[in-house]
Design a protein around this ligand. Sequence first.
Ligand SMILES: [Fe+2]
Ligand SMILES: [Fe+2]
Length: 199
Amino acid sequence: MAGPVGSASSPRSGPADASVLPARLVSDLRTDHAGETGAVMIYRGILAITRNPAVRRFAQAHLATEAAHLAAIELLLAPRHRSRLLLLWRAAGWLTGALPAGVGPRAVYATIEAVETFVDHHYTEQIESIDRIDPGRAQAPLQALRAQLHSFRADEIDHRDDAASRFDRHAGPPSRLLGLWVWAVGAGSRGAVKICRWV
Ligand SMILES: [Fe+2]
Ligand SMILES: [Fe+2]
């Protein structure tokens, strides 16, 4: 992995700037950008299908946060660094929201809990990777990015917990089909991140 870059004497506040980051972190940001693009589309997919008022309020609130995450990452990741498969990630995201929305609220909440659990781990790994590059927390660009990722992660944890709290466990555990779908969502997210590092 590339070493730390940037000046330790630069101000520690302000937005992260991908142009001064190590290549590995730029590829991390490409996965974040694709993921937040997909997240926006997940909630749009839910809203395109469901008429359930509680699910709509849930999706609208989460969508606003994901749109803010995406806008923040777009500010710091130039178009040339973004995934060339964004159309695919948008379509996959929309389906990941729309399909469970056609089944019902439990399927939506289980899907979001799975997605946001994955995203929490994803941002945690990235924060740990920044801490390995800059253990003294002296590199301003890295620390600006770290703060941003930390704030995103807190939002994703809120989303995960919100979904988990709404999943009606009194109605029994998830069906085998829902369990399989949730597994596929996690596996698909992991696969998408791997592909995004390269394309
Ligand atoms: Fe997000
Ligand atoms: Fe989220």
